[in-house]
Design a protein around this ligand. Structure first.
Ligand SMILES: C[S@@+](CC[C@H](N)C(=O)[O-])C[C@H]1O[C@@H](n2cnc3c(N)ncnc32)[C@H](O)[C@@H]1O
Length: 301
């Protein structure tokens, strides 16, 4: 059976970009793309018609209206139409371009050539329906934090690659692949979405990485306890605050003492409760990075 998709188009002021991204993500949208339109942004998001009916889209419209009103910004314009699978898989790709992140990374869509003279670490990606194109602030903050923990020149001399890392909620595999390019010895990825696991595995191949260096499994932290053969030097987890809070005790059990953790996907106002939970589980938060309304915690255990 051929799947069909809703293409949702939202025209908004740039100030609303993050809250709309967050709303779309929690709504289950895939392949979100942004295009500048004069003083506005046109956000396109895709949702399988198996996941949402017309009434759900009406609810989404109401929620977006409430979100913008709550922060005193104009209501975004929303419209939607159905497209088929083939159109979906090509439509959002035209709005996604190569992007530099941090000091070292270049994210390159799989269907575009790699710039010949680049000195960056290139992550080639075809995320398919999985989250993780590098467009989102939460992913960018994780890649920048990985640079900090994994580069030999790190100011923190107690840490040197190669290291064993877990990527929890791996999505497209962007963070695990980034960690391997930075010299990690081994990455264990988990995601509770089978399409994300598929995407991580195919992106591993796309980047010519040895599949033995990136083991990806369907599940969550408890799955790691089954597949890990060694304790972890570091953890990166870009999910939402509530989920991170729930997973912290289990994550703590998997890491060595002296290890590091990168926790992202946290709205600024939610960070105190994540920090408190980390501290109760013997982590010390040593840096809080903020981009727009998102923050990313760097912690040590
Ligand atoms: C925000 S995306 C992050 C993707 C990618 N790591 C990145 O940074 O761009 C969160 C991912 O976590 C997965 N996820 C959500 N809850 C989870 C859980 N409890 N355990 C494992 N994965 C989860 C989702 O399926 C999604 O792929």
């Amino acid at each position: 059976m051929t799947n069909t998709w809703w293409e949702i188009q939202i025209l908004c002021t740039p100030d609303l970009e993050d809250s709309i991204f967050w709303r779309l993500e929690t709504f289950g949208c895939r392949g979100v793309a942004v295009e500048k339109k004069d003083r506005f942004l046109l956000i396109r998001a895709y949702l399988s018609t198996l996941q949402a009916q017309l009434s759900d889209l009406t609810n989404l419209s109401t929620l977006l209206h409430e979100d913008s009103t709550a922060i005193g910004l104009p209501t975004p314009e929303l419209n939607w139409h159905q497209i088929n699978e083939e159109d979906w898989s090509t439509s959002w790709k035209q709005y996604w371009h190569p992007q530099e992140i941090g000091n070292l990374f270049l994210i390159n869509p799989a269907w575009l050539p790699i710039p010949p003279s680049t000195s960056k670490l290139v992550i080639r990606l075809d995320p398919g329906v999985a989250f993780g194109t590098g467009n989102h602030a939460t992913t960018q903050l994780c890649l920048e934090s990985l640079e900090k923990y994994l580069t030999q020149n790190s100011s923190n001399t107690s840490i040197t690659a190669p290291q064993v890392i877990a990527d929890i909620g791996c999505g497209s595999g962007i963070l695990g692949i980034g960690a391997l390019l930075l010299g990690a010895k081994k990455v264990y990825g988990v995601d509770n979405d089978p399409l994300a696991v598929e995407s991580t595995n195919s992106n591993c191949i796309l980047n010519h990485l040895n599949p033995e260096k990136l083991t990806c499994a369907l599940g969550s932290v408890h799955t790691l306890t089954e597949i890990l053969t060694e304790p972890l030097d570091g953890i990166v987890c870009n999910i939402l605050a509530d989920v991170i809070i729930e997973l912290i005790p289990q994550m703590t059990d998997l890491v060595k003492s002296g290890s590091w953790g990168i926790f992202s996907g946290i709205l600024v106002e939610q960070s105190p409760s994540v920090i408190t939970t980390l501290e109760k589980n013997s982590w010390v938060v040593d840096q809080v990075w903020q981009r727009q309304e998102w923050c990313c915690l760097n912690a040590r255990r």
